[in-house]
Design a protein. Structure first.
Length: 71
């Protein structure tokens, strides 16, 4: 999703594939793109999607319902 919003591949700031694998295994996620590319609400949603615990991930229904409340 971030590569779509920012126009760059995930972990574009890392030069080596091994470094990307290491970051992913340590739970290090791609950096937040600068504003206004990703707003606070969108960034919170992205972060919840990356949760290692699936129970803490927002479902698509929760996401859509949350968006309906905001609009």
């Amino acid at each position: 999703m971030l590569q779509v919003l920012e126009g760059k591949i995930p972990y574009h700031f890392l030069a080596r594939y091994e470094a990307i694998i290491h970051c992913m295994s340590q739970g290090i996620r791609p950096r937040r793109p600068p504003a206004p590319v990703v707003g606070d609400i969108d960034w919170e949603f992205i972060q919840s999607c990356w949760s290692r615990d699936m129970e803490h991930r927002e479902t698509i229904l929760e996401f859509v319902e949350g968006r309906a409340v905001l609009n």
